[in-house]
Design a protein around this ligand. Sequence first.
Ligand code: PGA
Length: 258
Amino acid sequence: MADNRRPLFAGNWKMNLTLDEAVALADGLKNRIGRLRMVDLAITPSFPYVATIAKRLAGERIAVGAQDIHPGDFGAFTGSVSGVQLRSAGASFVLVGHSERRHVFGDTDAVVAEKLQSALAHTLDAVLCIGETLDERDGGDTFAVCERQLAEALARVNETELSRITLAYEPVWAIGTGRTATPAQAQEVHRIVREWIEHRYSAGAAGRLRILYGGSVKPDNVEDLMAGPDVDGALVGGASLDAEKFSRIATYGSQGSA
Ligand code: PGA
């Protein structure tokens, strides 16, 4: 973590929790870390809970976002939710290109790019996720895959728009598997991603960009991961469903709030 960037910890709740459970989790976070000053915090509840949770956390320092976005605005797209709708429901940001969207639902790089454009058009901030599969890592293609995903997603994004984007490096083999990338593996990819951004945009843009690590982040490994100078926070799945665990992650593994 570099001094000039504020850490960001985002909890991706995925397709978990009933509405009552989601509200209870939001309240638990509000009590524990709702006023945390040293880091930025964000959560992505399931679509039907976004409006309720956004109201519940109004005035707190926890941003409420969504896990996906449809590129269009309105129309005959049964089952999809658009940026206009998310904005009107109180979301301030969206995840784009999460590996489950890419690998389970078939979002291509081109679709990810369209979703990112739509988020930006509706003044939603975006967390753009990239990352290689185990086969790609074993084949020595980690950097090529990440660079391709970045190049495609950011092809139509200018430097001003980039300031509204956070990147999340999530090796697919580390998501929900309990198998975390080592701090050195995470830092290596983050450094290369930042260099790519510097080359594509500018040193200033690269210096300001936050790059989160995601994949089995827990209270007991977050501190080591955050030691990497290019690791600016975490996108947390499983451990974000527990208010106490996510609060400990947001305080770098410590027990109390800071
Ligand atoms: P995990 O999920 O923390 O459960 O590995 C991370 C993610 O998918 O964002």
